[in-house]
Design a protein around this ligand. Sequence first.
Ligand SMILES: [Zn+2]
Length: 104
Amino acid sequence: MFEALGAAGIAISMLAYLPQVAHLAKEHCSAGVSSRAWMMWLVSSLLIGALAVHRHDAVFILLQISSLTAAAAILFLGHRYRGLVCEAHLHSIPRRWIGTESER
Ligand SMILES: [Zn+2]
């Protein structure tokens, strides 16, 4: 019963990451991607994941693997397409918000 709830939670969290990953991969658009925030997600998943592995907690291990994968994919693609923005985002966000990093 509770395992099923946990599995549903993992599925929902993966679905939440998916649009961001898909948009990056398809449109090569990094609008709104904050490398700093995703890096923090990545580190936090690693730390919590370590505890989950230590406790042999399958649901938490899976959850951390899924958020780790998503954060890594978003960081990688966000870095690769840094400063690139799709047509839709170009018209919908002010120029100064594009590329959220300090090198701009
Ligand atoms: Zn876009």
